[in-house]
Design a protein around this ligand. Structure first.
Ligand code: ADP
Ligand code: 5GP
Length: 189
């Protein structure tokens, strides 16, 4: 059977990584994770080649020039993230499903490229206030960066209707259940 793409998009802090982690832990969906490239520095605990391919600014731009990206975005000023064609092709050629944790514009672009072979899932926070609380509690960004992410989130939330499905991440287990059912259904089609 040929592999499919599972796109998980949302503003930063809505729970994409947490939901993908929980889905992986449950082990009910046969899928690998698409490791994106970025020019941002690793956070504590992040491993090169596992969480991201961490590239220098120069290397990232060389890969753009070489046409290596399926899509890339300057998600925050000066900070680039992109999906490598090699990452997706390797999985699809092997008939493996692949899950992408990518920003909202990137998610829409990949869905456009892959059509019925992809499902685009939007993770929505219960409210913008709760999103801010989660970003603050996560403690990985400064107040300035959190303000930047919230400002962008307000625009990104307006793009949710362009996705195949919206999963509200209020209660985490319920959100993981919803995502799991949706993905299993899609894979079985
Ligand atoms: P993203 O990958 O979309 O940026 P994360 O998965 O890192 O978001 O989640 C942001 C923060 O919110 C993390 O600290 C995570 O533990 C927390 N979080 C995720 N889902 C929930 C939830 N349903 N209720 C409360 N906190 C949550
Ligand atoms: P973070 O710095 O918190 O890891 O990620 C910031 C944002 O970049 C998140 O919204 C994440 O989904 C997005 N992102 C990660 N990888 C990619 C990618 O390959 N392409 C795009 N367009 N966005 C990505």
């Amino acid at each position: 059977m040929s592999g499919k793409l599972i796109i998980i998009s949302a503003p930063s802090g809505c729970g994409k990584s947490t939901i993908i982690h929980d889905l992986t832990q449950r082990g009910n969906i046969d899928m690998t994770f698409s490791v994106s490239a970025t020019n941002r520095k690793p956070r504590q605990g992040e491993i090169d080649g596992v969480h991201y391919h961490f590239l220098t600014n120069e290397a990232f731009h060389d890969r753009i020039a070489a046409g290596d990206f399926l899509e890339y975005e300057e998600v925050y000023p000066g900070r680039f993230y992109g999906t490598l064609k090699s990452e997706i092709n390797r999985a699809l050629d092997a008939g493996t499903n692949i899950v992408l944790d990518i920003d909202v514009k990137g998610g829409i672009n990949v869905k456009r490229l892959y059509g019925e072979r992809a499902i685009a899932i939007f993770i929505q926070p219960p409210s913008v206030d709760e999103l801010r609380r989660r970003l603050e509690n996560r403690g990985t960004e400064s107040r300035e960066v959190i303000d930047e992410r919230i400002a962008r989130a307000e625009f990104e939330l307006s793009l949710a209707p362009q996705f195949d499905t919206i999963v509200v991440n209020d209660n985490l287990d319920e959100a993981v259940d919803r995502a799991e059912k949706t993905i299993l259904n899609f894979i079985a089609q």
